[in-house]
Design a protein around this ligand. Structure first.
Ligand SMILES: [Zn+2]
Length: 330
């Protein structure tokens, strides 16, 4: 709430009290101060449950049991809510030569609408804990890194089934984002080893002429007191969309999460969506510029990335902002 708003609110209360003494009906002025919410309410408990459900499958790195089982569940879940679900399967070669059995999910809402918005996240989890001090070669649970973005998007899918935005929406869950080459690797350094699912989708879109007005990628959106900044890949390709989304978030009261620090560009799925499809796409990703050296969530790529780090308030801030953005589009 801005200072002028607080002042207005106080004056309104004083005015209200004076009116009461004169026994006149109290003016209903507080209504004018409520944030402009035009979208349905995002249910953070539901989103939290969707994250927990994924984590129950265990690590979801490609070619693992958890990956196969979670894929089956995601397909069932998305089909409950979307008008149409496309499962785009591919065998993708990883930096270590392994062929990863991958599936990107494309869930279409209002498929006949010409104007479309793309919402995306990666659903796979990292096969290593290379930022941890122990069990570095074991896969992580990825509650925040993987689970949180998908959890928010599944709750949005559930809301889109009940309420109907005027525009079309495509929720795309990318596979094989987090199988990138670790810094300490026995293999020769290679380029573009992360984001294999989005690279594949960018080169093989589910519809030949697919286009969206803009895209929003979620990655690590469940950490307590997360800070989302303007990272430079998003600025370079889609500054207008950053302004729009951050503006909405601040307008509805989530300015403490969505701040305007600038950060150097990240390689995440949005880079390839921008480069390969021309859809201006931003990344909402935790990066705490206040930490000594600037950092992702402390549990990033460690075994501590479990349900203990997931905070409903952060899921709510991100999910409600996205719903507002979707429902204000005409
Ligand atoms: Zn990751």
């Amino acid at each position: 709430m801005s200072k002028s708003r607080v002042l207005f609110f106080v004056l309104a209360l004083v005015f209200s009290a004076c009116e009461k003494e004169k026994k006149a009906p109290p003016p209903v002025v507080q209504q004018a101060e409520a944030p402009k919410l035009s979208a349905p309410a995002f249910n953070a408990d539901s989103a939290y449950w969707f994250v927990a459900k994924q984590v129950q499958f265990g690590p979801r790195n490609p070619n693992s049991k958890g990956h196969t089982e979670c894929a089956r569940w995601l397909a069932t879940e998305l089909k409950k809510y979307a008008d149409n679900v496309i499962e785009q399967t591919a065998a993708l070669r990883a930096f270590d030569g392994k062929m990863l059995n991958s599936v990107n999910f494309i869930a279409e809402f209002n498929p006949q609408a010409a104007k479309r918005i793309l919402l995306c996240a990666h659903w796979d989890t990292r096969p290593f804990a290379d930022q941890d001090t122990s069990r570095k070669n074991e896969p992580i649970l990825g509650a925040n890194d993987g689970g949180s973005g998908v959890g928010v998007l599944l709750e949005i899918a559930r809301q889109l089934k009940i309420h109907h935005p005027q525009v079309g929406v495509d929720i795309v869950l990318f596979d094989a984002e987090d199988y990138g080459q670790p810094e300490e690797s026995a293999f020769a350094p290679q380029e573009d080893t992360y984001c294999l699912g989005s690279q594949y989708w960018g080169k093989n879109k589910h519809k030949k002429d697919y286009h969206a007005e803009f895209g929003i990628l979620l990655d690590m959106v469940g950490g307590k007191d997360a800070r989302f900044v303007w990272e430079n890949t998003s600025v370079n390709f889609a500054e207008r969309i950053l302004s729009k989304v951050w503006g909405v978030a601040n307008e509805i009261g989530y300015g403490s999460y969505f701040n305007y620090f600038r950060k150097s560009g990240l390689t995440d799925d949005h880079l390839y969506v921008n480069q390969l499809t021309g859809i201006p796409t931003i990344d909402i990703i935790e990066f705490n510029m206040g930490a000594p050296s600037g950092t992702f969530h402390p549990a990033w790529h460690t075994h501590a990335d479990n349900m203990d780090v997931i905070d409903r308030n952060t899921l709510k801030a991100v999910g409600q902002t996205l719903l507002e953005v979707v429902f204000m589009e005409k």
